[in-house]
Design a protein around this ligand. Sequence first.
Ligand SMILES: C[S@@+](CC[C@H](N)C(=O)[O-])C[C@H]1O[C@@H](n2cnc3c(N)ncnc32)[C@H](O)[C@@H]1O
Length: 668
Amino acid sequence: MQDEITEISNKKTRDEDDNSDSGGSLFSRSPSPVTEDGKERWRMSDPPQEIFDDGEWKFQIIGEEVDHNGQVVEWEDWYRKDGSNTTWETAETISDVQWKQARQKARHEMASKSLSMKVITTTDIHNTETHLRNDAYNEKMKKYSKQKEPNLFEQMEKLMAKHEALDRIAAQGSATVERSQAGSSKVSRSSSRLSSKSSATLLPGHAESFAKSRHPSVPSISHSYASSKPSSSMTILSSASPLSPPLPSKSIPSLKGKEKAVICHFSSPECPSSRESLPLDNHQPSSTFSSSSGEPTAYKRSKQSSPQHSDSESSQLLFSSSNRGRKRSRHLIMSGSEVEDADIREISPFIPPKVAPHKKNSAASSSSMDDSLHRRLELEKAWNIEAQRMGAAPIYFVNDIDDEPIPSVDPHFRYIEKSYEFAPGIEKPSDEFLLRCSCKKCTKAIYCDCQHPSFMLDEKNVPFFAYDKYGLFAFNINKGIEVIECNKLCKCAKSPGQCPNRVSQIPRKHPIEIFKTPTRGWGVRSTEAIKKGQVLGIYTGLVITREAANALPGPLAKYRFDLDGDELANEEEENPSTLGLYSVDSRLHGNWTRFINHSCSPNLQIYLVVHDTPPGIGLPYIAFVANQNIPIRKELTFDYNPGQSSTLEEGADPCHCGSNECRGFLFF
Ligand SMILES: C[S@@+](CC[C@H](N)C(=O)[O-])C[C@H]1O[C@@H](n2cnc3c(N)ncnc32)[C@H](O)[C@@H]1O
């Protein structure tokens, strides 16, 4: 049999060579199925049968590509027993397929990565590999059925026990600190008390999907690309109150290996991080760091020991003492767990803000002051721990307008600096679908494989990058086009800073103040001047379907951002990348960008960028870039709806952007 196949394939190669000059399509190059002396050389399989059953066309796709013109396709990865490898297949003949060894291995690897089947809601069937995965998955399940079924409940119990153990350690740690600081200020005591613990919990609905995941059912082929049926995968979300992670303490287990742990108080001159970063008047929030002497308050403070900056305060983190110089890898230890992130290049300190002087000396006012201050510190702490873990500059809350200490965020809100969370039923496509390049340095887009599907082409169809050599956005693309950045799998990019085409992935370097405005709720500004073209961050949150987003009642839709790039389109312009499948909801997960207010004359604009999802599937990030030089502490704004005219529509709120070009109303 094998000889026959080899013979057929050799013959085919000879024939192809003979016809190699004929040009034209793959099919015009194929030899005639009949030889000159009238013998059958090879036989084409029949075209697909159009079987309409309940209105569905039943066919299966073998391999990764199909020809849209309905012509015969030759496949590289498989052959039939008779040696042919052409065309579409009906379900009945599919068992005949022999996978080539390398592909077989790849399929099994793909299937073994996950027990759940990915269902990608996309019209792009080229990328779904639906049959391939389905088939490989079935083979794998057949193999598994002979083995002991993995008990996922047991695994979950183990996981929960582990988290409980960590909680106990953290609780003991906090108690140790509390005892050792008896007599210190109220703020530090209450911040210990309010520190919460982390535990793993199954959210409502997940228990069911978890149980299902023990006997996952393989979605049918037609489902896989005809609908966005939720997959049976399980999600365990940590319910650790992100607002108050446990305080690190001296009783926390030490660093791995030989490195010695030192306690770093941000306000202490001993702290490597504070020494590097001070004095940084740009990094200080306006109301909290004004200093009459002109010397930055935070710097002055670092020289004195204040009870407000005691060990138990939120700004306490542990760093590895092996740090040398600025570009080192640090170990950041939080609540007994160690996070190592070589990408953390510049850790800016979270410096506890100055306490405003008490005007009234009554116990009541001082306790409410403590409470406000405490709430602000807690939120700043939670957000900055996460921002800092991602190597991003600090975030502060400032209110010079009234007594509201912080914006009202949901108690379960979780800060995410630079990625999406996905709602149950929506899965992030696996990294297998990511493009990758093998350039050493991505100096020219034309040589960078990541740019092949890009629409960023000049008039000669030559691709170009979206950023200039200084890492600034070049404003050279049509609105709505997805910028394709290199990703973690590319050869060029060991870390975002090393590739000129990973700009939106570089940790944010500008500190952010979330401040109360007189008329627009809370807004955003930076404590540093910002250059035109500087990319500031991406909108993060929970990815939900468009249907779910449309069902959100008005007030809840405030933090919704549709991933269709409509905000980029002008009235006259068609948006080329409108897929409109998903929205991002930043009510429960998100970052500082959720506070960016609208202006009819904005100083930021947005663009679409992909780096950890494939292009063209409706899951880009929304990146914010300065469209002009922005002075220090000027409010950062973007236009929520650039195509909107100023005609009043029902439900529109009055716009208070204050611009001369104000269109008068806010539209969503
Ligand atoms: C995404 S939120 C921005 C953050 C918001 N200011 C807050 O305090 O949470 C959008 C909401 O902010 C308010 N907002 C934003 N820009 C505004 C403007 N130019 N005029 C009036 N209200 C504005 C509106 O209430 C709007 O629904």
